[in-house]
Design a protein around this ligand. Structure first.
Ligand code: PEP
Ligand code: MG
Length: 323
């Protein structure tokens, strides 16, 4: 089986009926890159940049960040690399920022909310990203967007830093895509208007499930509510994909769900374009998708989404896979 999977390493990902999708990897540090290359990822769908800021006493400099982003882009040799701007807050803290304690950190000053509040650190990261953009196929992604104003503000800061760099004569790519994570139900429900302002969406199901089900993703007492294939979650995902399609934008997924063999057939059927997962899941996912017809699963997905519970949807999917 391992050898069978190895044969798929350098192949693009096609469903049985010739429908093409992209399998990308999630990384959290530069050390993860070798595994990504060894497992035949078609790109990086999520580079979590938090590690750059954690386990130290001060913010990373622009130069330090630039070197790391450039290194990742060069190693990926012009394959797409989605780098997410800082997603701190929630469960991840930076003691040296001395942020006020919050009673509900997951509903507090997190990710892009913090970055828009602390523009100094956000601008530094944006400059580092823009400087790295001429070394590969960079795509910039903002996490935890809830309302269009946050996206507009983030894009404005990006534009301002780009203009400054150009003024300084620094080479900056002209075709860098800008997208957002869909992790907040409000963003999923308003995906039609958000789609007009981005180049792509990436659905962050780890958070989207937690916020949709009102169940802390790390609290074992309510883990029964953490249901990736709950019809409410799947309907939000369908809504996001349809909204993006209408605007001609692509949609990826970078939460754990993207590598889940029970979810993959449904996501393929719903028309997800890019699946980003841990490197070790890529070859199994490629082998699975090869056996599935997009056309057929489009119909099954519609049937599944009309069902009332995750249990019935999972039973239906398992039944159809065996057929
Ligand atoms: C997600 O929420 O699905 C996601 C990929 O982001 P993180 O797990 O880093 O919150
Ligand atoms: Mg998240």
């Amino acid at each position: 089986r391992r050898q069978e999977l190895r044969k798929l390493k350098d192949l693009p990902t096609y469903a049985k009926d010739g429908h093409r999708v992209e399998l990308a990897a999630n990384i959290g540090s530069v050390e993860d890159l070798q595994k990504v290359l060894d497992n035949g990822a078609e790109g990086i769908g999520l580079f979590r940049t938090e590690f750059l800021y954690m386990g130290r006493n001060a913010l990373p400099s622009e130069e330090e960040q630039f070197q790391i982003y450039k290194h990742v882009l060069e190693r990926m040799a012009n394959k797409p690399v989605v780098i997410r701007t800082l997603d701190i807050g929630g469960d991840k803290e930076l003691p040296y920022l001395k942020l006020p304690a919050e009673s509900n950190p997951f509903l507090g000053l997190r990710a892009v909310r913090l970055c828009l509040d602390r523009q100094d650190l956000f601008r530094t990261q944006l400059r580092a990203l823009l400087r790295a953009s001429s070394y590969g196929q960079l795509k910039i992604m903002f996490p935890m967007i809830a309302v269009v104003e946050e996206l507009q503000a983030a894009k404005r800061l990006l534009q301002e830093e780009k203009a400054k760099l150009v003024q300084e004569g620094v080479p900056v790519a002209d075709d860098t895509e800008v997208g957002i994570m869909i992790e907040v139900p409000a963003a999923a429900l308003a995906a039609d208007s958000l789609a007009q302002e981005v180049d792509f969406f990436s659905i962050g199901t780890n958070d989207l499930i937690q916020y949709t089900m009102a169940a802390d993703r790390m609290n074992e007492n309510v883990s029964y509510l953490y249901q990736p294939c709950h019809p409410s979650v799947l309907r939000l995902i369908r809504m996001v994909i349809q909204a993006a399609e209408k605007e001609g934008k692509w949609v990826g997924m970078c939460g754990e769900m993207a590598g889940d063999p029970t979810a993959i057939p449904l996501l393929l059927g719903l028309g997800l374009h890019e699946f980003s997962m841990s490197a070790s899941s890529i070859l199994p996912a490629r082998a699975l998708i090869k056996e599935l017809s997009r056309q057929e699963w489009a119909g099954y997905a519609e049937q599944a989404l009309a069902m009332g519970s995750q249990a019935s949807i999972q039973a239906f999917v398992n039944h159809k896979i065996k057929e």
